[in-house]
Design a binder for this molecule. Structure first.
Ligand code: ADP
Ligand code: MG
Length: 260
């Protein structure tokens, strides 16, 4: 379980996340939505310690995120992270890129010489097969399409056998058809691997179709937190209006007037 209480995050003098309160149960599939700059990535990055909250409490399974590097590395084994731009080494093969996911389990010396155990290799091949990329395992990553690269990145994240998978705009650079195929892959992996999946998205429709719960951020404030099927697309689009906060005030003012 992920628990966030009164989390604030400042960058210099800019308040990027303001008083975030959130509980995420095991096995949920959550989309973080909101306009550019709303703080989605920052919130996601707080969850694996890439960013540190300025104040507030963030625990995962009751434990705060460690600061000591060795403990942090051990903690991160439990949390896979998928980046928008895949973060793969283009000149390396699919297999070697995916094997990098086992580095947290390998000593520094062994990882330097790329010495992986038989188990590491078998696990890697298993996940490459699972994400549908096994036949390309000896290809260099720069010879693959965007969708195929994202599959490699997903395999690399799963190979560390996390229980939480975080994905920052996993389909942003993909065409619509490929985006759907990656979203349904994530959805089925979430079920099969019993993951908690938290992703930032900017496609409102994709979020509604695939995520169970949507958290809508605007200016670092949670404006929406509800099950996808209980939120209308119109409400989600409204999250993107620049005067969302004014709108709320107008609604409140309207209610006030109506109550007279
Ligand atoms: P989103 O993912 O919703 O587009 P981000 O979390 O990336 O939003 O960014 C929220 C705000 O925080 C933006 O104004 C951005 O410029 C700022 N920001 C994000 N990361 C940093 C950083 N490392 N240093 C300074 N400002 C940052
Ligand atoms: Mg972002």
């Amino acid at each position: 379980m992920i628990n966030i209480q009164a989390l604030k995050k400042n960058f210099n003098n800019e308040l990027v996340l303001a008083d975030i309160n959130l509980t995420i149960s095991d096995g949920e599939m959550i989309a973080l939505l909101g306009p550019s700059g709303a703080g989605k990535s920052t919130l996601l990055r707080c969850l694996n310690g890439f960013e540190r909250p300025t104040s507030g409490v963030l625990t995962i399974n009751g434990q705060p995120i460690p600061t000591q590097p060795k403990l942090l590395q051990a903690f991160r084994k439990n949390i896979g992270f998928i980046f928008q731009n895949f973060n793969l080494v283009n000149r390396m093969t699919v297999l070697d890129n995916a094997l990098c996911g086992r580095l947290a389990y390998t000593s520094t010396a062994k990882s330097f010489f790329k010495i992986f155990s038989k188990e590491d290799r078998e696990l890697t091949e298993y996940y490459l097969n699972k994400v549908g990329i096994y036949e390309y395992r000896h290809k260099r990553v720069d010879q693959l399409s965007g969708g195929q690269r994202q599959r490699v990145a997903i395999a690399r994240a799963l190979i560390q056998q996390p229980t939480i998978l975080l994905a920052d705009e996993p389909v942003a650079s993909l065409d619509p058809k490929t985006a759907h195929s990656i979203m349904s892959l994530l959805q089925s992996l979430k079920e099969e691997e019993k993951l908690t999946l938290v992703m930032t998205l900017h496609h409102v429709e994709l979020a509604k179709e695939y995520a169970q719960r949507i958290i809508g951020l605007n200016h670092g404030v949670i404006k929406i937190d509800n099950l996808s099927h209980q939120i209308s697309l119109e409400r989600l689009y409204r999250l993107y209006e620049r005067n969302e906060s004014n709108l709320e005030q107008e609604v409140k003012a309207g209610e006030l007037i109506a109550s007279y």
